[in-house]
Write a protein that binds this ligand. Structure first.
Ligand SMILES: Cc1cc2nc3c(=O)[nH]c(=O)nc-3n(C[C@H](O)[C@H](O)[C@H](O)COP(=O)(O)O)c2cc1C
Ligand SMILES: Nc1ncnc2c1ncn2[C@@H]1O[C@H](COP(=O)(O)OP(=O)(O)O)[C@@H](O)[C@H]1O
Ligand SMILES: [Mg+2]
Length: 158
């Protein structure tokens, strides 16, 4: 069995509130999907840190990193799927529809000795994602028709 046979993975859903730690404690906001969307992920898809493309509503498609799992540093009880879009937005976009395609895997989730160590790991993930997404096999997904489907249509396709 191929380990990452679920990739590329397409997913679309509403942005909901998380614990408010991303921006406040880490300086790295993550748009969290609802529990229903999290549960729709294949149960045999490895948790960990991935990268790909994202767009909010009918907006532009940007590079992103996404964390799937239980955030061992914070010991979450519920699994989460959180996307950090590599773009500066003027405002929050809670309640909007986030569309993502996950194209590659970076590493498993880890625990860290300090918040600073978690932040530098995330910053390295962002740099890695930027490099990988410029490669043709990942870049081509940026133009996928998935990003041009009508907003509000919630689908998970593989
Ligand atoms: C690229 C990236 C990598 C992450 N890596 C880890 C990790 O290795 N361990 C961990 O506990 N949390 C990790 N996180 C998750 C953060 O802990 C999480 O985004 C933060 O707690 C914000 O949660 P909130 O959306 O509920 O506020 C990562 C997040 C991102 C975006
Ligand atoms: N570049 C970005 N990537 C992801 N979310 C962003 C970004 N810029 C602003 N946001 C907003 O910040 C929110 C996430 O911040 P965060 O501190 O993780 O809060 P929460 O715990 O509620 O998810 C997102 O839901 C979105 O509305
Ligand atoms: Mg978040």
């Amino acid at each position: 069995m191929r380990l990452f046979r679920h990739l590329p993975y397409f997913c679309r859903g509403e942005v909901v509130k998380g614990f408010g730690r991303g921006s406040k404690e880490l300086g790295i906001p993550t748009a969290n999907f609802s529990e229903q969307v999290v549960e729709s992920f294949p149960s045999d898809m490895s948790t960990g840190i991935y990268y790909g493309w994202a767009c909010v509503g009918n907006g532009d498609v940007h590079k992103m990193v996404v964390s799937i799992g239980w955030n061992p540093f914070y010991k979450n009880i519920k699994k989460s799927v959180e996307t950090h879009i590599i773009h500066t937005f003027k405002d929050d976009f809670y309640g909007e529809i986030l569309s993502i395609v996950i194209t590659g895997y970076i590493r498993p989730e880890k625990n860290f000795d300090s918040v600073e160590a978690l932040i530098s790991a995330i910053q390295e993930d962002i740099e890695e994602a930027k490099r990988q997404l410029d490669l043709p096999e990942h870049l081509k997904l940026k133009e996928d028709n998935f990003f041009r489907l009508p907003e509000g249509k919630t689908v998970n396709k593989q």
